[in-house]
Write a protein that binds this ligand. Structure first.
Ligand SMILES: *[C@@H]1O[C@H](CO)[C@@H](O)[C@H](O)[C@H]1NC(C)=O
Ligand SMILES: *[C@@H]1O[C@H](CO)[C@@H](O)[C@H](O)[C@H]1NC(C)=O
Ligand SMILES: *[C@@H]1O[C@H](CO)[C@@H](O)[C@H](O)[C@H]1NC(C)=O
Ligand SMILES: *[C@@H]1O[C@H](CO)[C@@H](O)[C@H](O)[C@H]1NC(C)=O
Ligand SMILES: *[C@@H]1O[C@H](CO)[C@@H](O)[C@H](O)[C@H]1NC(C)=O
Ligand SMILES: *[C@@H]1O[C@H](CO)[C@@H](O)[C@H](O)[C@H]1NC(C)=O
Ligand SMILES: *[C@@H]1O[C@H](CO)[C@@H](O)[C@H](O)[C@H]1NC(C)=O
Ligand SMILES: *[C@@H]1O[C@H](CO)[C@@H](O)[C@H](O)[C@H]1NC(C)=O
Ligand SMILES: *[C@@H]1O[C@H](CO)[C@@H](O)[C@H](O)[C@H]1NC(C)=O
Ligand SMILES: *[C@@H]1O[C@H](CO)[C@@H](O)[C@H](O)[C@H]1NC(C)=O
Ligand SMILES: *[C@@H]1O[C@H](CO)[C@@H](O)[C@H](O)[C@H]1NC(C)=O
Ligand SMILES: *[C@@H]1O[C@H](CO)[C@@H](O)[C@H](O)[C@H]1NC(C)=O
Length: 696
């Protein structure tokens, strides 16, 4: 294999790892959240929220000096280009999910469509750079090292743009790009988004009841069909067909024929049970899927993992005492891998799974009987397995686990389950199971931290989801203690504050057995949405948030683009909208809801009422049509056309929504197609290159 082949292969592998350059929201090139530096940046004049600390700023200053530009006009443009690294939208400007860039995407003059950037006049920034800098010599030119494929080696000698590109259009083919509302480019100024007027709130959500059983999880079938997996807390998974809207039919599910039955292994109680299911991104080829559940060491010999209360985290299990009669670490949190029935010719055709565990991914003993999250999700961009874990219970996180990076409690973890090391390597890691650590996990090189951690400072993340249109939006609801229920935008290494903060409020734990973290010593990321306990009817004595989905269906166009969440006990539902779009600035308000008159199953308390008898809202689900479902104590409810409840939504008629029929393919929306077109372009060009290399 030649060097060229190697380069192309390297390029492809990189592409596969960083699929989807499709996102917005303020995010730095390493998927971290922007922050406010302690000291003003000396070189790059970014003030307010930025992606640079003073070390980054110094690094950029040195890079700028090493380029040694004589011309002051060009120097000032180049400085602004290098400093774009500090922009709070740098992830977007550098399109980091494709190929690492040295230079941000420079706004190109040819784009004339409505821009999300307020300053239309700067949209020809790329030609401005060319015109000003074309004849200027640069040492270590950042433009030269941006050339992929080794045309000019990085750190080459003095070059001018004209040495490398024939014309402005050549140059802007390489560096130019659009700012067309789907992606953002660098115009010489910090990125600003237009403040559009927020959409008017929806008049209400219309629900139909299609199932009468209580489930915790609903996961659309990875084959894109109109089927979904449902699992209950006791430990069964079913494969069900989702009826067309308007068909009057309920969920097609045979209760007596479970896809997988783990009720013998699962320990079921208030906060215990089968808590999460996730299907491998290539499930239709490999049939692999994963189940997160609780088990009881006293009842099942395979329920044996390390106790989360251990000497590494200054926790002596004997100090915990029994909690609800259970001994410390009697109950364990497990992720196990399963596979569809091996006799099926294709995983998509399987209607059952092999009941024996393929392998154990994770086992951890729990200190108390509450707050252990349990959801598992595959990242749509990276294909890694995310695992949500609460602080392990006790009022006020007595051992301060959520802020302790040596503990996995109160964290979101991220595992690579495609590269599972052999037994020896596992024990060397001192690991909690059988997986490897993705090399870009934030604490991979930090021996004082658990390398599994992706984000920290959570109390009990109860239902997270990725926005299906913008996979960088990873939204998690985190259950509060006394005052506030929150929704967080999860970023790499983000610290969401618990137990130093509860929402925006600073919090003091009544117990501090495990040491303290002062609120001043951490830089918490505050919630993007949430509600005070005073805003809900505390008929159960408490409030508890249930996170939902960014609604991306067009069934109810007035809900499109709103993040849905609920209170588990109070039966209240909120919709959060973002303004400006892509800013991460959300506002939420309660949304009314009703039962469709023609609901397939009886949905209401009484014949006179149109109010749904939801009872507890445990969870939400999303199918392959992007329709959203409520999973409640009383059954399964689907959000349907507002007119079926006599709610008015002007956009409903305009978009002439009809029953969408079975989803035969996962057709991406136009928006996400546009967002991803750059990626498609890269993949196509890589394949073209491969073809050329092989046949020339
Ligand atoms: C940022 O700096 C610019 C110029 O130095 C100044 O005009 C602007 O007011 C500053 N903004 C903030 C938020 O400090
Ligand atoms: C930087 O440029 C100046 C003139 O433009 C030149 O005298 C000097 O040698 C250059 N420095 C380096 C390190 O090349
Ligand atoms: C720009 O937006 C306006 C109003 O939203 C619309 O009427 C117009 O067609 C848009 N122009 C382009 C070029 O997309
Ligand atoms: C953004 O603001 C500019 C200037 O105010 C305006 O011309 C443009 O149409 C706006 N774009 C959008 C998408 O609203
Ligand atoms: C750059 O050099 C070319 C050819 O030497 C010349 O035509 C052009 O005017 C120069 N541009 C600038 C901005 O000096
Ligand atoms: C850079 O310049 C030095 C000295 O002029 C020369 O020896 C070297 O080959 C040059 N390197 C490249 C990559 O052109
Ligand atoms: C940028 O504009 C030039 C013409 O100035 C055009 O040839 C090129 O295709 C554009 N590039 C992109 C990425 O839009
Ligand atoms: C639940 O719904 C199914 C149809 O989905 C129906 O056959 C069954 O009788 C219902 N059970 C109860 C208790 O209503
Ligand atoms: C797998 O499927 C075959 C044929 O459908 C069936 O006979 C067998 O019992 C299934 N095995 C398991 C473990 O479900
Ligand atoms: C790792 O896998 C082995 C073999 O499946 C299993 O015995 C062990 O319990 C697993 N480790 C953990 C911590 O789950
Ligand atoms: C955030 O959204 C609210 C409501 O839509 C709006 O009033 C406010 O100006 C936005 N804040 C920013 C910083 O854009
Ligand atoms: C729906 O169920 C409620 C409570 O069980 C009952 O009172 C009501 O009559 C039912 N409505 C219909 C239309 O069957």
């Amino acid at each position: 294999m030649g060097w060229g082949h190697f380069m192309i292969l390297f390029f492809l592998i990189n592409l596969l790892q960083f699929l989807h350059p499709c996102f917005a929201l303020p995010l730095c090139t390493d998927s971290r959240a922007p922050f406010t530096p302690n000291t003003h940046l000396q070189f790059c004049s970014y003030n307010g929220t930025t992606c640079c600390n003073s070390a980054d700023d110094l690094h950029i200053r040195r890079q700028f000096q090493s380029i040694n530009i004589s011309d002051s006009a060009c120097a000032s443009l180049l400085k602004s280009i290098l400093c774009a690294r500090c922009d709070q939208f740098s992830a977007e400007l550098y399109r980091v999910d494709s190929v690492p860039r040295e230079v941000p995407v420079l706004c190109n003059s040819t784009i004339t469509s409505n821009s999300t950037q307020s300053n239309q006049a700067t949209n020809n920034f790329c030609s401005q750079v060319w015109n000003t800098c074309q004849n200027i010599s640069m040492l270590n030119s950042p433009f030269a090292s941006s050339l992929q494929g080794g045309v000019v080696p990085p750190n080459s000698n003095s070059t001018r743009l004209t040495d490398l590109w024939q014309s402005q259009s050549d140059f802007c083919d390489t560096f130019g790009g659009a700012s067309d509302g789907e992606s953002t480019c660098y115009s010489g100024e910090p990125v600003t988004l237009n403040n559009t007027s927020p959409p008017s709130p929806p008049s209400g959500i219309c629900l139909e009841k299609i199932g009468n059983m209580s489930y915790l999880n609903m996961v659309a079938h990875p084959d894109g069909s109109n089927r979904a997996f449902f699992s209950n807390q006791q430990g069964k998974i079913w494969l069900a067909t989702i009826p067309n809207q308007g068909s009057g039919q309920p969920l097609l599910l045979d209760e007596s024929d479970a896809f997988l039955d783990l009720t013998d292994e699962v320990h079921f109680d208030t906060e215990f049970g089968m808590l999460g299911i996730a299907f491998h991104p290539r499930f239709t080829e490999n049939g692999r899927f994963f189940v997160s559940f609780s088990c009881d060491k006293a009842k099942w010999p395979n329920c044996a993992g390390r106790c989360a209360c251990n000497s590494d985290v200054n926790c002596d299990p004997s100090t915990l005492g029994p909690d609800n009669g259970a001994q410390p670490c009697q109950y364990q949190s497990v992720i196990a891998e399963y596979t569809v029935n091996g006799t099926s010719p294709q995983p998509s055709l399987a209607t059952g799974a092999n009941p024996s565990e393929v392998r154990r991914i994770f086992t951890m003993g729990l200190p108390f009987t509450s707050h252990h999250g349990g959801q598992i999700l595959f990242g749509p961009r990276d294909g890694y397995l995310y695992f949500m874990m609460g602080d392990g219970g006790g009022v006020g996180d007595p051992y301060n686990f959520a802020q302790n990076k040596k503990s996995l409690l109160g964290k979101i973890m991220r595992f690579d389950i495609d590269n599972i090391p052999s037994g020896n390597e596992v024990s060397q890691l001192g690991s909690w199971g059988n997986y490897s650590i993705p090399k870009d996990n934030p604490f991979i090189n930090d021996n004082e931290s658990q390398k599994e951690i992706w984000a920290l400072g959570l109390r009990n993340p109860w239902r997270c989801s990725f926005d299906s249109d913008r996979p960088s939006y990873f939204l998690c609801a985190d259950v509060g203690q006394d005052q506030y229920e929150e929704v967080d935008l999860i970023t790499k290494e983000g610290n969401y504050g618990w137990r130093a903060y509860e929402g925006h409020y600073s919090y003091t734990s009544p117990r501090s057995t495990g040491g303290n973290t002062s609120s001043g010593s951490i830089r918490p990321i505050f919630p993007v949405m949430g509600y005070n306990h005073s805003e809900v009817n505390l008929n159960e004595g408490s409030a508890s948030i249930t996170g939902g989905y960014m609604y991306r269906s067009m069934t109810d166009p007035c809900m499109h683009g709103r993040y849905l969440f609920a209170d588990l006990y109070a039966g209240a539902i909120w919709g959060g909208s973002e303004n400006p779009i892509d800013s991460g600035n959300f506002t939420s308000s309660k949304v009314a809801f009703n039962c469709a008159r023609d609901s397939p199953l009886n949905c209401t308390f009484s014949p006179e009422s149109s109010v749904p008898a939801l009872s507890y809202i445990f969870s939400f689900g999303e199918d392959n049509n992007k329709d959203v479902f409520l999973l409640t104590n009383s059954g399964v409810y689907r959000i349907v056309r507002p007119s079926r409840c006599n709610y008015s939504c002007a956009k409903e008629n305009a978009s002439s929504v009809v029953s969408p029929g079975p989803a035969s393919s996962l057709a991406p929306s136009k928006a996400s197609f546009l967002r991803c077109s750059y990626e498609i372009f890269l993949i196509l060009s890589a394949f073209l290159c491969l073809l050329l290399m092989n046949f020339v």
